[in-house]
Design a protein around this ligand. Structure first.
Ligand code: NAP
Length: 281
């Protein structure tokens, strides 16, 4: 175990969350468990997963095998598009818990709004109920546009604690983040490194990295932290896991922040997954 300590962020429901987490997409089976155990031992305390990743069992196993007390680790899962009806969303939470072998999730999110299906408010009502029953500690959404979250708030009075969105230097989501800030919603950044190496190869990022004696990945993750967003990078090797965690002992200047944010592109989504029309089941 190392002694990197991750600062925690305050959420609008009274709980706190580590300001950087670990992504687990594609980490499945026994090798996935091993990778996650290493991440926990490296110091990560928030594991992101989803019904869709088919690895909730591996996540639960990693939590147990890590030897770290359950209450020191936060675990996320997400309702898939096929389970937005009230009863099905509640079953989704319960089935996720059975698969993971956990008593509660720290976070359960609605994975995508799927607006043409128009059932995300029902799914939200189910998550409110799951929280009441103690199955879930904090509830939130993912890939929701402001208009979708406004409906959740108007129809239930409950504001999401977090919204997990695509966010990296080519797609900085300025307006969306401002809306989150105005409503006290934590922005979590998915694919925070951009999943492939293009952003990490950007010359301006590498110039900043050289100046600080850091890697491009560390500069990008530090940029998320200073934006106030919570990145959840996934890394397989222990050296990258540690590298991605070591971002709390240097600071980017406001000019450096602006140079990175200027990489924003209007078409910056990695794939054409605009939540206004993209549907995922
Ligand atoms: P990512 O974390 O941006 O990038 C992961 C890729 O970067 C992997 O190929 C990894 O390689 C590599 N990498 C990691 N650290 C590196 C470093 N220091 N230097 C060089 N390369 C490095 O992409 P992601 O996995 O798509 O996103 C992170 C998490 O977000 C997912 O795992 C998932 O939990 C979540 N997510 C959520 C949604 C949603 O709809 N809510 C969508 C997508 C993803 P190795 O693995 O080989 O080390």
């Amino acid at each position: 175990m190392n002694n990197i300590s991750i600062p925690y962020l305050q959420m609008n429901d009274g709980h706190t969350v580590p300001s950087l987490g670990f992504g687990t997409y594609k980490l499945n089976g026994s090798s996935g468990v091993e990778t996650m155990v290493k991440a926990l031992k490296a110091g990560y305390r928030l594991l992101d997963s989803a019904f869709k990743y088919e690895n909730e069992g591996a996540v639960g196993e990693a939590v147990r095998r890590s030897g770290i007390p359950r209450e020191q680790i936060q675990v996320t899962s997400k309702v898939p598009g096929l389970r937005h009806r009230y009863n099905e969303a509640l079953y989704s939470v319960e089935e996720s818990l059975y698969r993971a072998g956990l008593d509660y999730y720290d976070f359960y999110l609605i994975h995508w709004p799927n607006p043409s299906q128009d059932l995300y408010v029902e799914a939200w009502q189910a998550l409110i109920e799951a929280r009441k029953r103690g199955l879930v500690r904090s509830i939130g959404c993912s890939n929701f546009l402001p208009e979708h979250m406004q409906r959740l708030i108007d129809e239930t009075g409950v504001v999401p604690a977090v919204n997990q969105i695509e966010l990296y230097p080519y797609f900085i989501q300025q307006g969306q983040r401002e809306w989150h800030d105005q409503h006290g919603i934590i922005t979590q950044s998915w694919s925070p490194l951009g999943r492939d190496s293009s952003a990490m190869r950007e010359p301006v990022i590498n110039t900043i990295a050289e100046k600080h004696g850091r890697s491009a990945a560390q500069v990008i993750l530090r940029w998320h932290i200073q934006l106030g967003a919570l990145p959840i990078p996934k890394a397989t090797s222990p050296s990258r896991q540690l590298e991605n965690l070591s971002v709390f002992d240097f600071e980017l200047s406001s000019d450096e922040m602006s140079v990175i944010s200027a990489l924003d592109r209007p078409d910056g989504r990695r794939k054409d997954q605009h939540p206004a029309y993209y549907e995922e089941y």
